[in-house]
Design a binder for this molecule. Structure first.
Ligand code: ARG
Length: 461
């Protein structure tokens, strides 16, 4: 019989039963549901809303249910709709009528809100930990590649020389923002909705500060209607996950390009690549491609929840039961992508010769050539024009700036001297860019130190 059967004269149609039920996916919040119920029961006992021995009996009963679920000895039923009613029903079956007192001064609306928050709150530190592991690998790769010159691109055209170390630190900075975004969203969701009841609290002397503290929240939420209507925390979390995945998808795309024979800047470890069923020569970057692809799933989850919540009137609406699968899927996806991506990056081999060869090819030092003239007194715009003419000359003659004879340089400007060749060396171009944030060794070392400090501050917390 349904918990709410009193009001009804007919059984629920089986179609509706299955349709309405969320137990197939909200069962994963069993622990949060039980912890929330324990805190609620303890508060009811302390406030004299139920007898102290009743509270104890409820809590003991819940403990046994938790242990049984964890031992795989519990089967949930569709009939009982969701995790909340499954556990409550099970409690009463086991401890008798005292179990029926648990739901005093509570609704499934505040119950689901607190369970879901506790669940997401518990996953965020895991994800942050995984991002920090990736940061450590980026630091390692950067430290090993402070002098590994490679082309930097704009429009995917060779633009200015940089180093692989500088490149790795770019991603490290993106991921650092992901960590702080997740931390921010964790801070904002750290308020407990329990005690909001269906929407308007209750007439019992419920102590929401007590349950909030018992469940590890900073404080109770301020408004009971908002408490049961709000899914912002989940939307924020999904948006932080989407941005994180966007970063991983860009990184994946670059790794895919870099593994191609057209680039060959890196070689993936055999354990982190796959072969083809027909083409014997193939070594495919499937891991990077899948991470790139799975980014779409996480964006989809964000769109799902934004759309579910759009225009919903206050307070709880059943639409909101659609909030969980998308969040769970995003959590599973992000938690699956991060460790495999990190391991793939960790085991990847950098091919400095190929990077340098590419950097030497495409007039990547043209800006430096213009800067050379500028440092000798010529206005930059004029120098820029002259180097453009030189590049044109080189292309026609099949030369590069490094190989063009001095007389050709001087035919365009007599400010050019023999020292131009040194100014155009890739090493000079990179190490000359010592500006804060730049690719020179000491600038990248500073970036590495900043990321290390960021990671360490979190690991020693
Ligand atoms: N299974 C529901 C959900 O996930 C729990 C809340 C139900 N509340 C209600 N008033 N029907 O949203």
């Amino acid at each position: 019989m349904k918990l709410w059967a009193g009001r009804f004269q007919k059984e629920t149609d089986t179609l509706v039963n299955d349709f309405n039920s969320s137990i197939t996916f909200d069962a994963r919040m069993y622990k949060e549901d039980i912890t929330g119920s324990m805190a609620h029961a303890a508060m009811l006992g302390k406030q004299g809303i139920i007898e102290a021995h009743e509270a104890e009996k409820i809590i003991e009963g819940l403990k046994v249910i938790l242990a049984d679920i964890e031992a795989g000895q519990v089967e949930f039923s569709m009939e009982n709709e969701d995790i909340h009613m499954n556990i409550e029903t099970m409690l009463t079956q086991r401890i008798g009528d005292t179990g029926k007192r648990l739901h005093t001064a509570r609704s499934r609306n505040d119950q689901v809100a607190v369970d879901f928050r506790l669940y997401v709150k518990g996953e965020i530190p895991k994800i942050i930990g995984m991002v920090l592991e990736l940061e450590k690998v980026l630091v390692k790769k950067a430290e090993a590649n402070l002098e590994t010159v490679m082309p930097g691109y704009t429009h995917l055209q060779r633009a200015q020389p940089t180093t692989f170390g500088h490149y790795m630190m770019a991603y490290a900075n993106m991921l650092r923002r992901d960590v702080t975004r997740l931390e921010d969203c964790l801070k904002r969701m750290d308020e407990c909705p329990l005690g909001a009841g269906a929407l308007a609290t209750s007439t019992y002397p419920v102590d929401r500060f007590q349950t909030a503290a018992a469940l590890g929240f900073q404080k109770p939420t301020d408004n009971s209607m908002d408490s049961v209507s709000d899914r912002d925390f989940a939307i924020e979390f999904l948006s932080a996950c989407s941005i994180l995945m966007m970063h991983l998808s860009r990184f994946s795309e670059e790794i895919i390009l870099w593994c191609s024979w057209e680039f060959k800047y890196v070689e993936l470890d055999d354990a982190y690549s796959t072969g083809s069923s027909i083409m014997p020569q193939k070594k495919n970057p499937d891991v990077a491609e899948l991470v790139r692809g799975k980014t779409g799933r996480v964006y989809g989850s964000l769109m799902t929840l934004l759309t579910v919540m759009k225009a919903l009137p206050l307070a709880y609406n059943k639409d909101m039961q659609e909030d969980k699968e998308c969040v769970f899927d995003a959590i599973d996806t992000v938690e699956m992508c991060l460790p495999v991506f990190t391991a793939m990056l960790d085991t990847l081999t950098v091919l400095p010769k190929n990077m340098r060869a590419a950097a030497s090819g495409g007039f990547i030092n043209a800006t430096d050539c213009a800067d050379y003239l500028t440092k000798k007194g010529m206005p930059f715009r004029e120098a820029y024009m002259i180097v453009g003419r030189l590049v044109n000359m080189c292309i026609k003659a099949g030369e590069t700036l490094d190989t063009l004879p001095l007389k050709d340089f001087r035919s365009i400007s007599n400010l050019f001297d023999a020292d131009v060749y040194q100014a155009l060396e890739l090493k000079t171009c990179v190490n000359g860019r010592k500006v804060y944030g730049g690719p020179a060794r000491e600038a990248v070392e500073q970036q590495i130190a900043n990321i290390k400090a960021f990671v360490e501050a979190r690991e020693h917390e």
